[in-house]
Structure formats: C-alpha cells, structure tokens
Design a protein around this ligand. Structure first.
Ligand SMILES: Cc1cc2nc3c(=O)[nH]c(=O)nc-3n(C[C@H](O)[C@H](O)[C@H](O)COP(=O)(O)OP(=O)(O)OC[C@H]3O[C@@H](n4cnc5c(N)ncnc54)[C@H](O)[C@@H]3O)c2cc1C
Length: 390
C-alpha cells in the first residue's frame, strides 16, 4: 500500500491548483455579487483550460480527451473544489455518459463535447420526481420512427449554456417483483435533444443561496419530436447507462467538498494564529485549537474515503457503497468545517467582505444534489443488508 502521489499525480494537483488560483479566484467576488459569469471570462477560462491540456480530462485520449483515470480525475476535481463552481463549469468536463454514443452520435455529440464545440446538460429531476427518479412523469410515446416527448424537468444545471440536453424520460411500464412484492415500474430511456428542437424550451430556474452564478434551469417538452436515432444507449435501458456512467459523479461532489474544505480550513488556521484577544493568539485557546483539530481530522477522513473509492474504481472493484460513503461524509464534513470556520472568525466570518459566508452557503447544496445524504445512507445500508437477505 502506497499513500504517496506519483510525480504525474502531483503534477496534476500543482497544475490545476495554479490554474484555479490564477484564472478563477480573481473573478470570484464579482460573480458572487452579480450572479452572472460574463461571457468573455467564461471563454477565457475555457481557452486557458484547453491550453493547459486539461480540457475534457475525463475523456479517453483516443477521442481527444485527457485520458485521466478515476484517481487522477478525482485529484483534479479536488483542486477544482477550491474554485467557484459557477466559474469552474468552464473548465470543461463533458458528461461521461456521452461515451455511450454510437454511430453518428459520436460525430454529432461526443466529439464536439470533447473538443469544446458543444456543451451538454443532464436532465433527470422533475418537480414531482427527485430522489424517486423512477417516479418521473416526463414521457415519450412512439410515432413511427420518431418519439414525442412531453413533460418538464427542473433544477437542471447550466442548461442555459447547453447546446443539447441528455434527457431521461419514461417510455413505458413493466411488471416487477422485488422482495416478494409485485408491482409495475417505469421503463426509462435516455434521449439526446438539441437546443432549438421544436417543442423544447429552456427557461430560467430558481435563485439558489448556494453557488451564485451557477445557473439551474427548467426544461419544458411540449410534443417535442425526436428521431429514434437520438436515443442514447438502448430503448428502455436508460438506467443501465446511468448506472454505468453517472454514479461516479458523486465522487466528484466528494472531491469538490474536500478541496473546498481545505481552502476554508487554511483561512481558519491562519486567522487563529494571528488574531489576538485577551492578549493572546486565539489559537492558544483550547476552544479554538480543538475546533481546528476536529476540522482537519474530518477533512483527512473524507479525503481518504474519496481517494480510496476512486482507486477501487480503477481496480475494477465494486465501489458503489464506498462512493456513497465518500459523498455522505465529505458533504456533511464541509457543512461542519464551514460553520466552525465562521466561529473561529467570530462576527467577521458572517460578513461578505470575506468569502466564508459564501463557502457556508455553498456547502448546503452538497448534501442535496447528486443524491441527498438520506439517499447515500440508503445505498450504504442496502449494500450491507441485502447480502444478508434483509
Ligand atoms: C442547484 C441544484 C442543481 C441540480 N442540478 C441537477 C441537474 O443538473 N440534473 C438533474 O437531473 N438534477 C439536478 N438537481 C436535482 C437534485 O439531484 C435533487 O434536488 C435531489 O436528487 C433531491 O431531489 P428533491 O430536491 O426533489 O428532493 P426529494 O426527493 O423530494 O427529497 C426531499 C427530502 O426527502 C428525503 N427523502 C426522499 N426519499 C427518501 C427515502 N427513500 N428515504 C429517506 N429520505 C428520503 C430526501 O433525502 C430529502 O431530505 C439539482 C439540484 C439542485 C438543488
């Protein structure tokens, strides 16, 4: 067992950290205040990302990507967690599910996404179907060689800048038996839908307290006609490709949380070593120093959970439970670390002159998206109990 980074892994960490500090941090405060990423800054970040060789780092080298393995990509995401998410979007990482593209879909979607000509968004969640994604109402019915989609999706990240959407819809029902109970379940199919397709509209979503400038949108389908050739993967097998390509995105959330927590921790550590009250550095008070001890212990624990889950993926070992544990621990850890960092800073911690109140707000969404903490606990407990027949 080797806990050190190779020189190549260290190079990834150093390069991305340098990029984040140089190209992203200077714009963060303005984006936070305006809630908007100016187009010229977005283009600049993407151009510099391409120059750095890290654009589409998650995609295979053979199709023009960076070819990072899961562990390397997790290290990259850990560093990107130190950046504003609204700006970090432009450090291009196309959705891995596009690797399911076949035939002409590769030329039309996969390759343009990898070289940065097209941008994707991924749409599962609906107003009535969040954690219970199979309860989705957005559906498609067949009409000759085409499919007609009706329904809506909400909370869809950065759809405002997407050229096409990867959309999961219900395409029928089937009978199933689970632990002795018989019922019907929806068959789900994944479609690629271009912006501008008749009957498909993308509109602004809600204002979130977390990650200002990171837009969420509402997608509406009103008799939206798409040909069968736009099906990603196989008909009725949308969850198969989702399971194959998407559960790793939880690892991304975990890695982002670890990176951001270390940024916050460094601020708290420095402040504790400088701020004086009662003629002493506040770091000398056990009430403050023990907070720092607890913070770093939890950060390190999240870091190892996250990296070891990524390592398991690279060894082709099942990592579903480990990824859920990493996402659960890291998102809850970040909430604790941002809250305690504000306590270390006292009143100034709440003022928007400092970025701490932003990190505290931003941390809130990490326990919700990509599967809530309760859903992660469900995944973990099922993995433990199912083999015992429970
Ligand atoms: C800013 C933002 C961006 C997002 N981006 C995207 C995106 O790009 N694409 C996309 O498809 N989705 C996206 N989402 C959706 C996100 O994945 C969902 O919000 C999340 O899955 C939870 O669904 P929900 O909000 O409907 O909550 P619900 O599912 O309604 O949950 C409400 C509460 O009930 C709990 N609960 C539900 N079921 C159970 C259960 N079985 N056991 C115990 N507790 C349970 C939940 O944990 C939660 O506490 C985004 C969300 C946000 C906030």
């Amino acid at each position: 067992m080797d806990f050190g980074l190779t020189s190549e892994q260290q190079m990834i960490v150093d390069t991305v950290r340098n990029f984040v500090e140089k190209e992203i941090h200077p714009h963060e405060q303005a984006v936070e205040k305006s809630g908007i990423v100016p187009g010229d800054i977005a283009r600049e970040i993407t151009a510099r990302c391409k120059q750095s060789g890290f654009f589409a780092a998650n995609m295979p080298i053979e199709i023009g990507g960076g070819g990072l393995n899961n562990l390397e990509f997790t290290l990259l995401e850990r560093e990107l967690g130190r950046a504003s998410m609204a700006l970090g979007v432009f450090f291009g990482r196309p959705s891995g599910i596009l690797l399911a593209c076949q035939g002409e879909q590769r030329e039309k979607y996969l390759l343009p996404a990898v070289n940065g000509d097209k941008f994707d968004c991924l749409a599962m969640t609906e107003p009535q179907a969040g954690s219970d994604i199979r309860g989705m109402r957005c559906s498609a019915r067949q009409d000759g060689e085409d499919w007609i989609i009706n329904g809506s999706k909400h909370f869809i990240s950065h759809a405002d800048i997407a050229d096409f959407a990867i959309v999961f819809v219900a395409t029928g029902e089937e009978q199933m038996t689970d632990r002795g109970t018989t019922g019907s379940k929806k068959k789900i199919t994944c479609f690629l839908v271009d912006r501008g397709t008749g009957g498909f509209e993308i509109s602004s979503g809600y204002n979130s307290v977390s990650h200002k400038g990171y837009q969420n949108c509402i997608l509406s389908f009103d008799d939206c006609r798409v040909p069968s050739s736009q099906i990603l993967g196989e008909l009725h097998r949308g969850f198969d490709i989702a399971n194959e390509w998407l559960y790793g995105t939880r690892l991304t959330v975990a890695a982002n949380c670890v990176g951001r927590a270390r940024r916050v921790f460094d601020l708290a550590l420095n402040y504790a070593s400088e701020r004086e009250q009662f003629s002493q550095k506040i770091g000398r008070f056990q009430g403050i120093s023990f907070k720092l001890a607890d913070m770093i212990t939890q950060i390190d624990a999240s870091d190892w959970l996250t990296l070891s889950a990524a390592w398991r993926l690279d060894q082709n070992q099942d990592a579903n439970r480990q990824i859920a544990s990493a996402k659960l621990h890291a998102s809850e850890m970040l909430a604790m670390v941002t809250d305690e960092a504000i306590q270390v800073f006292g009143g100034m911690g709440l003022m928007d002159d400092l970025p701490l109140e932003r990190f505290w707000r931003d941390a809130r969404v990490e326990r919700i998206w990509d599967g809530t903490s309760e859903i992660q606990r469900h995944i973990i407990s099922r993995a433990l109990l199912r083999p015992l027949g429970c």
